[in-house]
Design a binder for this molecule. Sequence first.
Ligand code: AQP
Length: 332
Amino acid sequence: RPRVLSGIQPTAGSFHLGNYLGAVRQWVALQETHDAFYMVVDLHAITVPQDPAELRANTRLAAAQLLAAGLDPERCTLFVQSHVPEHAQLGWVMNCLTGFGEASRMTQFKDKSAKQGAERATVGLFTYPILQVADILLYQADQVPVGEDQRQHIELTRDLAERFNGRFGRTFTLPAPYILKETAKIYDLQDPQIKMSKSASTPKGLINLLDEPKATAKKVKSAVTDTDTVIRFDPAGKPGVSNLLTILSTLTGTGVAELEQGYEGKGYGALKTDLAEVMVDFVTPFRARTQEFLDDPETLDSLLAKGAEKARAVAAETLAQTYDRVGFLPAK
Ligand code: AQP
């Protein structure tokens, strides 16, 4: 079985619809066909200030949501990044292989540091793509299921893997991005030119899966569209309507062309009403399942501990090989 690896930050509390459609949904499908490793990336979370109690609670909350979305610990390895110390250890080796200029070109860093003010951004935020390189290479992942915003980091991962392999001998698998065209980028409901994101979106533009279903329905109904009336998939000309069609198509499994046909002669109101209903049907059981997992933190923690044990077995082997190649003296 080919191997996949991906991660999600625990920082926001609730996952948003972009996280789910762009990444988590694919994770659920891939656990059936791939040797799948998924993690809650708490090391990445502290690149920006975190309240310790909230971080701990949000880490459990992220794991609960992943389980509620359909990850099955019998079918995949689900763990918390900080439970596997090899991530930070390989991260250091990768830091020492990366050029300063190369790291400076990461657009996610530029965007995120600009938002915070360049002076306040931490060195951790600057090097987080390199930690992500280590996350992926530790597991010798063949594919990395993510949204479009992560493509550049996977390219960096390939570059560094090739560099290491060239310098020290073949050690790492070169991973490929696994990005589904349709859902690579889910857009903000109020500003369909920007991606839906926890930091850039306004509350009305962002659908948090754990929000009150009624609030979600309201946001869908007040989504920005255009002054035309035709329901047609045309991302350049009609970004708002196209975004709604993408979301509806993915959640219902109905093709976009079929949806366009079905809405012929109907107005935007009909599309929004249907999507609001589909969203409510989706988030209602999702919220309930998440709460069930949260209500039993002991089971949740022990399940994560088992996941970390499985992950460590793989990670430790890669790290040992890497340390040996680099020339570190083995500890006797
Ligand atoms: N709008 C999106 N469309 C498609 N995929 C998306 N992802 C995020 N937003 C979209 C994908 O979700 C996965 C987890 O991302 P993350 O750990 O970065 O989660 P986040 O911090 O909650 O994501 P945001 O909202 O994008 O954060 P900020 O605002 O901090 O940049 C990834 O695979 C990502 O591609």
